[in-house]
Design a protein. Structure first.
Length: 62
């Protein structure tokens, strides 16, 4: 069986609203619904590039 979750590291990190810097994360493989569901979102209809943001939000687990 192959892995379905992958660790990643952001080179510069992400600074949240509380001032915490996040560099390490965990993401799972995207499923079909992860890729299809954003197409129904009105933000994606207005700007197709926004689909990537929604897909990442769905698959990043920590």
């Amino acid at each position: 069986m192959f892995p379905t979750e992958f660790e990643f590291e952001l080179p510069k990190g992400y600074l949240d609203g509380d001032g915490n810097l996040h560099r390490h994360g965990l993401m799972r493989l995207a499923t079909a619904i992860d890729e299809v569901a954003p197409l129904r979102d009105p933000r994606v209809k207005a700007n197709p590039a926004y689909a990537t943001v929604i897909i990442l939000a769905r698959v990043i687990t920590s």
